[in-house]
Structures are given as structure tokens and as C-alpha cells.
Design a protein around this ligand. Structure first.
Ligand code: HEC
Length: 177
């Protein structure tokens, strides 16, 4: 069978139009289905009584944990920090700065330590309980490029305890939340 040039052209335009229509149709079908998927998953989880995953996704309110924390427990957690930090009054800087007076003080609070530019650049911010909690959760997420090569404390209780301990390592401890 022989097709003329015009017939071939007509045929390919037809096939082309067909493909475009088909792809569009498929695309819109797929896209319109996607928004329902998470809702279905949530519904399924609720049906299964999975409350834990929702709690894990929500940010932790660190304040009540700090108020209830035992500084003595925090001193134990501080064992993980001791490789780099001293927290005594007048203690020397080590790999990291001395941490006396850090809670409630400015970022880069030590005048004698050479900070990374990212922490030095935050000098007008205060090490509040919330800021310390965020930093200690993941130092490099909080301050990309920080010299503190420490993965972070994943347990909120550990962060609360070490913050409660550091709070006491100060000439004028910040009021408890
Ligand atoms: C591997 C060494 C290392 C470990 C372990 C470490 N740090 Fe650090 N830390 C540093 C360094 C270095 C800096 C300075 C960061 C910069 O300049 O970017 C720092 C900075 C800090 C700061 C900010 C000080 C300021 O003056 O702004 C706090 C607070 C802090 N560390 C707390 C802790 C706590 C609490 C732990 C333990 C849970 C800990 N660090 C573990 C090395 C360490």
C-alpha cells in the first residue's frame, strides 16, 4: 500500500494529536489521584490506632522537660561533651569553647575562642532554651559549617538534662521555664 506525502503528513498529525491527548489524559488522571493518597494513609493509620507517628512528627516542647530535668542527670550526659568542652568557671577552651555562662548568653559567647564564621555571625542571637535545644538536636543542621563536629543528642530528655546542667554553670542562671 502506498501513501502520498500528504496522506502520510495527515496520518502523522493525527497520531501526534492522539499521543498528546492520550498523555494529557493519563497525566491528569494520575495527578488528580495523588492528593488523595496521603489522606488515605492518614485514615489508614488512624484506623490502625497509630498515634505514635503523629507524636514523633510534631516538634517537642522542650520547656516542660527542662523545668522537670535533673541537672545531675545532665552532668552525666555532659560526659559526651567533655571531649571538647569544659563547663567550669574559668575553665580552659579545648576543641570547643568553655561553656560557663553560655545559657542565656550570646552565640559565640567566649571572647577567647575562635569560632566558625557561622556561629560568630550569630553573635546578636541569645542562647535561649529553644535555641540550645535546636542546636543540640543537630548542630550542623542548625549552623551549617559549624566547627562542632558532634552528631547531636537525639533524645529530648538528654537535651533537656544537659541544658538544665549547663544552666547551673553560670554566674546568674537563667530562670527556669
Ligand atoms: C567534637 C568536639 C565537640 C563535642 C563532642 C561537643 N562540642 Fe560543642 N562545640 C564544639 C566546637 C568546636 C564549638 C564551636 C562551634 C563553632 O564555632 O562553629 C562548639 C560550640 C558549642 C556551643 C556554643 C558555644 C558558644 O559560645 O556559642 C554550645 C552551647 C555547645 N558547643 C554545647 C555542647 C554540648 C552540650 C555538647 C554535648 C552534648 C557538645 N557541645 C559537644 C565542639 C564540640
Amino acid at each position: 500500500m502506498h501513501f502520498s506525502f500528504v496522506e502520510k503528513l495527515g496520518l502523522s498529525v493525527l497520531i501526534g494529536a492522539w499521543l498528546v491527548y492520550g498523555t494529557n489524559f493519563l497525566g491528569s488522571t494520575l495527578v488528580s489521584v495523588t492528593p488523595h493518597a496521603p489522606a488515605m494513609q492518614v485514615a489508614a493509620k488512624e484506623a490502625a490506632g497509630d498515634a505514635g507517628s503523629a507524636a514523633a512528627a510534631a516538634p517537642v516542647d522542650i520547656m516542660p522537660l527542662i523545668a522537670a530535668a535533673d541537672p545531675a542527670e545532665g552532668q552525666k550526659v555532659f560526659g559526651k561533651c567533655k571531649a571538647c568542652h569544659n563547663a567550669d568557671k574559668g575553665g580552659a577552651n579545648q576543641v570547643g569553647p568553655n561553656l560557663w555562662n553560655v545559657v542565656g548568653g550570646p552565640h559565640a559567647h567566649s571572647a577567647t575562642f575562635t569560632y566558625s564564621s557561622v556561629i560568630a555571625g550569630m553573635h546578636d542571637k541569645t542562647w535561649s532554651y529553644e535555641e540550645l535545644n535546636a542546636f543540640l538536636t543537630s548542630p550542623k543542621t542548625y549552623a551549617p559549617g559549624t566547627k562542632m563536629t558532634f552528631a547531636g543528642l537525639s533524645k529530648p530528655q538528654d537535651r533537656a538534662a544537659v541544658i538544665a546542667f549547663l544552666r547551673g554553670q553560670s554566674d546568674s542562671p537563667l530562670p527556669l521555664p
